[in-house]
Design a protein around this ligand. Structure first.
Ligand SMILES: Cc1ncc(COP(=O)(O)O)c(C=O)c1O
Length: 413
């Protein structure tokens, strides 16, 4: 009996030991750190390195960063190192070394989007950012909120709360498919604004078509009328360069886990200094710091990981990333234009195009094609409201990914 118990004990230790060994193993054969990316001078080699640093299997064509972006294993390792440090002395580190690193992330976010630290609240995602802002807007019965029929539910929710609780009215601009020019959308906004409009909420990059909203020109319409301009930025930072001051928006909400390629459940909300007296989310009562009595204990490891990811993107070069995303989407669009059976609904005007492309199918059923693509390890986004798909091209994607997806689509159609 003693022998058997002894054997079981040893076996379970061996098992635990094995797990421990596996867990401790350095990330596969990848030994690069953040600063090593800066040393690569050739862009193709750099983007190959980024691809190699992902945990997405090599044979998977991942074209859905718009839903969730894959983090580099360099970031995953940084997050797990922070988690381990935290667990070695939870209170001491949470309100000590790690807490300080977490608080420094607000400045990193501010630098990334051209804001000031005092204008940034760290959130869990875009939805939370818009909900925080939405739930404290001072609206009266009959005040109008203008938006479009292309917004994501994450953004719309905060507005619907205002309809239910304050009697506000939502008006939606019907977006053309595709939008032809910035002037077209600017005119639509101008036509729909009335003396009752108090809020305008638009996506910076559309979740449906990838269209980049001409915010600067729109802010020139809203600012003199005291209309609060809210940007849903879920699909923008990380693929296009963003400067909130240039855009002229009052609020800007974003997630860290899409194009920024950061840890999941990270995000931020920018509130322009001049409107902070009107918008006071309970979450930021007293302070915009990451940890406050109002916001409570946070996940320091993932927030630190967000900061590391922003540093990493800047090391690579945000302009370089934007050019890469756009050029892959254009390479894809060129091939799609020669095919039949669908219509491209993303704008072709270069000032509105991004690294996202969507197509509306004529007859074939999107769900069927989506499943067949998945069987071939090609991950795309199904747009359930339309018989459509969306393809997201990030810096880690390649022309070979585009070719593989296009050939599969050709055969399936
Ligand atoms: C435009 C837009 N807003 C908001 C969201 C919601 O993002 P999250 O779930 O990170 O809050 C998405 C997600 O795809 C989106 O595309």
């Amino acid at each position: 009996m003693k022998t058997r118990r002894h054997f079981l004990k040893n076996a379970s230790f061996a098992f635990l030991g094995f797990n421990q060994l596996t867990y401790n193993k350095p990330s596969l054969d990848f030994n690069f750190d953040l600063e090593d990316f800066a040393k690569v001078k050739n862009d193709e080699t750099l983007f190959k390195l980024v691809r190699k640093s992902l945990l997405v299997p090599e044979d998977m064509v991942y074209l859905n960063t718009g839903s969730l972006g894959p983090s580099s294993r360099v970031i995953v390792d940084k997050v797990s190192a922070a988690m381990r440090e935290l667990e070695s002395n939870p209170v001491g580190n949470n309100w000590g070394s790690l807490g300080n690193k977490m608080e420094a992330v607000r400045q990193k976010v501010a630098d990334f989007i051209g804001a000031e630290e005092e204008e940034i609240i760290l959130t869990r995602n875009t939805t939370e950012g818009i909900n925080l802002a939405g739930s404290c807007l001072q609206l009266k019965q009959g005040d109008e909120i203008l938006t479009t029929n292309h917004e994501h539910g994450g953004g719309e929710n905060g507005l619907e709360y205002l309809v239910k609780n304050k009697g506000a009215v939502i008006k939606k601009i019907e977006m053309p498919l595709p939008v032809q020019s910035p002037e077209q959308i600017i005119q639509l906004v101008r036509d729909e604004i009335s003396s009752r409009t108090k809020v305008l909420m638009l996506s910076h990059v559309s979740t449906i078509t990838g269209m980049r909203m001409p915010f600067k020109e729109i802010a020139a319409i809203t600012r003199p009328r005291n209309i609060l301009l809210i940007a849903d930025g879920a699909q923008a930072p990380g693929q296009i360069q963003v400067n909130v001051k240039d855009l002229g928006v009052d609020l800007y909400a974003c997630s860290g886990h899409k194009w920024i390629l950061g840890p999941k459940e990270t995000g931020f909300l920018y509130i322009r200094k001049e409107v902070q007296n009107q918008i006071q989310p309970v979450f930021s009562q007293g302070s915009y710091k990451s940890y406050s009595a109002a916001s409570g204990t946070r996940n320091v490891a993932t927030i630190i990981g967000l900061g590391e990811t922003l540093d990493w993107q800047q090391t690579i070069g945000t302009e370089k990333i934007e050019t890469r995303c756009l050029s892959l989407a254009q390479y894809c669009a060129k091939q799609l234009k020669e095919m039949e059976g669908f219509k491209i609904i993303s704008p072709s005007d270069p000032s509105m195009a991004t690294g996202m492309l969507s197509i509306l199918l004529d007859q074939a059923e999107n769900k069927v094609i989506y499943e067949k693509m998945k069987e071939q390890n090609i991950i795309i986004k199904l747009l359930p409201k339309y018989n459509a798909f969306r393809f997201s091209f990030h810096m880690f994607n390649t022309k070979a990914d585009v070719d593989k997806m296009v050939s599969a689509l050709k055969l399936l159609l």
